[in-house]
Design a protein around this ligand. Structure first.
Ligand SMILES: [Cu+2]
Length: 146
């Protein structure tokens, strides 16, 4: 009985350690999805993602949050409005948020399919995860012994 509760305690400690290491550095960053009133001078650009350029670290979450209008978050080339199939979610009153964790470093472009021609697009720039500092002389030495 005693060893059973001890192993349960150990399991809980491991879970807590895992939870703290995975959530300690990861962030959730929000992007607002707007549709502004059409300007009187007829300029097109009434819809936007804000901010439309974001720098995050690998493992961070981006959360798109609906504000006004019907939109999509569609991965792909905003110049040609061509989806690449990585993600494609509606952002509207009935589907007000969309979250995605970005693991792969690089530039991830996306656009709104409905307003792509009006340059409603954005970029998520994902930096590599920070280097882990060596914790012992042996680890430091191992880096230079080849
Ligand atoms: Cu849109």
């Amino acid at each position: 009985m005693r060893s059973r509760s001890r192993s349960r305690c150990r399991a809980i400690a491991v879970l807590l350690a895992l939870a703290s290491t995975t959530t300690l550095d990861a962030r959730v960053v929000e992007i607002r999805v707007y549709q502004l009133p059409q300007p009187r001078d007829g300029r097109a650009h009434p819809s936007e993602f804000y901010p439309d350029q974001l720098i995050i670290a690998a493992g961070d979450t981006v959360r798109w949050v609906w504000a006004v209008g019907d939109h999509t978050t569609t991965s792909g080339n905003p110049d040609s409005c061509a989806p690449d199939g990585s993600f494609d979610e509606p952002i509207s009153a009935s589907s007000p948020t969309f979250e995605r964790v970005f693991y792969t470093p690089g530039i991830h472009a996306y656009f709104c399919e409905i307003h792509c021609e009006q340059a409603m697009n954005g970029y998520v720039i994902v930096t590599p995860p920070p280097a882990v500092l060596p914790r012992s002389w042996g680890q430091i030495k191992a880096r230079f012994d080849h």
